[in-house]
Design a protein around this ligand. Structure first.
Ligand SMILES: [Zn+2]
Length: 222
């Protein structure tokens, strides 16, 4: 088993004071950093995404430039590439992040699977390369980008968990609905406090028959 952590869109524009700030966003950023300090080393791959839209255009209707946003499919201008609003929230410790995904250049892109890293690789590429079988998700927003990313992870055959205390949503009702939907679809909804610390994850108890090289070469080859 190889497990990845996806940190979805913990950006200034999605936290308090941002263009599309969600309540509890900054606190979520801080809690994710605390979680990373204790559990980050237990992941085979840590990926963080950023919404990263084009300036001076509506990004295929994603920005409400000619009417009021409906906060369902049209939104205020947010996360414009290269602006402070598009940067990670300062409370998020990115030192554990192995790959940085950008998504939404000219389009609406709710799922991390729609983006690429600096080398042009997709999430699907990274999952294959690292042999990932299990994905944990945290971040913003529960009812949009976390939801879409978790559903896509299921579609890619992954075992998926959402860490309920490490996500924040645009709206409480739709966030609760998203969590229920994900649970129904097969995503495990767990509390990060219930998970074992990184040192326990590293034990080789899950070795399978024929998995003979576990002793000598277990170290990561980043
Ligand atoms: Zn967006």
């Amino acid at each position: 088993m190889s497990r990845a952590l996806f940190i979805i869109d913990v950006q200034n524009d999605f936290t308090e004071g941002g263009a599309l700030g969600v309540e509890g966003g900054a606190a979520t950023a801080a809690r994710i950093s605390e979680y990373l300090a204790e559990h980050g080393a237990g992941y085979d791959l840590v990926v963080a995404s950023r919404d990263w839209h084009n300036p001076d255009e509506h990004n295929d209707g994603h920005f409400a430039t000619e009417s009021e946003p409906d906060y369902i499919t049209t939104w205020p201008v947010h996360c414009v590439a290269g602006t402070p609003g598009a940067e990670y929230h300062p409370a998020l410790d990115t030192s554990h992040v192995d790959a940085h995904i950008r998504k939404g250049q000219g389009i609406a892109a709710y799922s991390i699977f729609e983006g690429t890293d600096d080398a042009g690789d997709t999430i699907a590429d990274l999952l294959t390369r690292h042999g990932i079988t299990d994905i944990d998700l945290v971040g913003i927003a529960t009812d949009y980008c976390v939801r879409a990313s978790a559903l896509d992870a299921l579609e890619h055959g992954q075992h998926v968990r959402v860490l309920r205390d490490l996500v924040a949503g645009v709206d409480e009702t739709t966030s609760d609905a998203a969590i229920a939907e994900l649970g129904h679809a097969g995503v495990a909804i767990v509390d990060s406090g219930a998970l074992p610390a990184a040192t326990i994850v590293a034990s080789p108890e899950s070795g399978e028959p024929g998995d003979a090289d576990a002793d000598t070469s277990a170290g990561m080859s980043a």
